[in-house]
Design a protein around this ligand. Sequence first.
Ligand code: NI
Length: 171
Amino acid sequence: MALLNVLCYPDPRLHKVAKPVGQVDARVKKIVADMAETMYEAPGVGLAATQVDIHERIVVIDVSDEQNELRVFINPEIIWSSPEKKSWREGCLSVPDFYDEVERPAQVKVRALDLDGKEFEIDADGLLAVCLQHEMDHLQGKVFVEYLSMLKRTRVSQKLKKRAKELLGER
Ligand code: NI
């Protein structure tokens, strides 16, 4: 396993649209293992392949308190969203030290492939529903700050660009 480099907003590669996985083979399993290691190390509750510059439809999530319930979603699709919405304070490994409220459907039904290439469906609510929608947005090239006002987005973008420069300067 290996730790992967997480792209930081406003990196343009975060806006690439991921392609479906053709076959769940050893190559894909290695990507999943590396993504899980990277997510746990961060630590984070979810990671989309787009964030590690792999533009394939792969998501890993672990919303458990003990961080011992890894969920893998390959080629995930939202097949139902509740009309009821809910607002959560979201964060993202690609937008360090920034959190803000985003309103999304409170419940979703998702269909995906597991690590054996088998199709499954899951009904999600609470943090899992938020996380699934947030990570699947990444696969479409969308970062959660794009739900916020232009003013907030510009602010966070400037702050992170400055931070990236400072980090480079420290090397
Ligand atoms: Ni994110």
